[in-house]
Ligand binder design. Structure first.
Ligand SMILES: C[S@@+](CC[C@H](N)C(=O)[O-])C[C@H]1O[C@@H](n2cnc3c(N)ncnc32)[C@H](O)[C@@H]1O
Length: 230
């Protein structure tokens, strides 16, 4: 699927490395991935050693695609259709991830609802990992990030989030909408769920060519937050 091409451009390589740094060692860990899309991350987590991976998404088409991948190349991943705005307690997971999901919460109240559903699935001592557009991003820099494979055009503010178009420089190119929460909003909302130690994961980039990767680490397009259930 075209969406997965984003994971292969430079910014996508940094994204996946940073998410894996944030989840920590997944060996013998259970993972719930909410907003799993095509199943890219569930497959990555299983390959990285997770013992049990469960993916959910509100879109039947996404879950269907992920399930077909699972049938073609079975890794033992389960998928179900669920809306993150009405997420049941599926279990007590070591790690719960929501990767490019929370930008779709239409407003602050919906963000609280989404985060409390995610947090309710984190076991005591477990971890929540969120990947979302970088609230501190410098718009002028993002407008010309073609060397990392994309550029970002800023539009209006919708339900408290800045609406943008992300233009991906694949062949052929494509674009999608992305919503940036303002600085501090997501951290404060995570703290309201009762999870603690809310931290921003430092961006991890592939080894080598420091002059290429350093600007992306200093002004990333994405932010990865972690929090734990005491
Ligand atoms: C940009 S995609 C990210 C997919 C995947 N996490 C990844 O990084 O490759 C966002 C996904 O969130 C899903 N989504 C959006 N709103 C949702 C909601 N309320 N509940 C569950 N999934 C939702 C979409 O269907 C889509 O698959």
């Amino acid at each position: 699927m075209r969406y997965e091409e984003v994971k292969r451009i430079p910014v996508g390589l940094a994204e996946t490395a940073t998410v894996l740094a944030a989840t920590g060692d997944l060996n013998r860990h259970s993972v719930l991935d909410v907003g799993c899309g095509t199943g890219f991350y569930p497959r990555l987590f299983r390959t990285a050693g997770a013992s049990r991976v469960f993916g959910v998404d509100a879109a039947r088409a996404m879950v269907g695609y992920a399930q077909r991948q699972e049938e073609r190349d079975p890794l033992g991943i389960s998928y179900e259709v669920h809306d993150a705005l009405a997420l049941p307690v599926i279990g007590a997971f070591d790690v719960v991830t929501a990767l490019w999901l929370i930008g779709y919460a239409p407003g602050a109240a919906a963000l609280d609802t989404m985060l409390s559903g995610l947090a309710a699935n984190v076991r005591s001592g477990g971890r929540l990992v969120l990947l979302h557009p970088n609230p501190d991003a410098d718009w002028a820099v993002l407008a010309d990030y073609s060397r990392y494979g994309l550029t970002v055009t800023r539009h209006d503010v919708v339900d408290g989030r800045t609406r943008t178009t992300v233009h991906v420089a694949t062949e052929p190119p494509f674009e999608f909408e992305s919503f940036f929460w303002p600085p501090g909003v997501v951290e404060a909302a995570v703290a309201r769920t009762g999870l603690s130690s809310v931290r921003r994961q430092a961006v991890v980039t592939p080894a080598g060519d420091e002059s290429f990767w350093r600007p992306l680490r200093e002004n990333p397009t994405f932010a990865v937050l972690t929090a734990t259930r005491p």
